[in-house]
Design a binder for this molecule. Structure first.
Ligand code: CU
Length: 151
């Protein structure tokens, strides 16, 4: 029993440490010609992550890119070239709305929610603006945004 006690307390210390400092995760979003949500689509189109997580956009199919449309205050925007597999680190909480420039009219757009939706109103305005310019898949981005909880 005497030799086991230090081991037990070490286990407790490690458990506390691992729950306090969670490691940043890496996620991927595919840029596709055809997916579960239709043609010209990001997959997944809605993603919830934690502050500090990174997202890599994969050029699963050619002729797509990822460009941020609305990001939370003080957060960095991004603009990938066509076929570029950019990686972004999202450190600020809020809703990030992004798009594929060549397929804007097909509503090739997506939403990443980082922690709490601090900029809900701004993100909603962005969703409506992008929906207005899309000629097909008009309900796609609104559908993603419905998964963001109203603050
Ligand atoms: Cu595209």
């Amino acid at each position: 029993m005497i030799t086991r006690k230090p081991l037990l307390s070490l286990t407790v210390v490690l458990l506390v440490l691992s729950s306090t400092f969670s490691l940043a995760e890496q996620h991927t979003i595919e840029m596709k010609n055809r997916g579960e949500d239709g043609n010209m689509v990001f997959e997944p189109g809605y993603l919830k992550v934690q502050p500090g997580d990174t997202i890599q956009f994969l050029a699963t199919d050619p002729t797509h890119n990822s460009v941020s449309d609305t990001v939370p205050e003080d957060a960095e925007s991004w603009s990938g070239a066509i076929d570029e597999e950019i990686t972004v680190t999202l450190s600020k909480e809020g809703v990030y709305v992004y798009k594929c420039a060549p397929h804007l009219k097909m509503n090739m757009t997506g939403i990443i929610q980082v922690g709490e939706p601090t900029n809900y109103g701004e993100a909603q305005a962005s969703v409506e603006k992008l929906t207005d310019v899309s000629a097909t898949n008009e309900d796609r981005l609104r559908g993603y945004f419905r998964q963001v909880p109203i603050p």
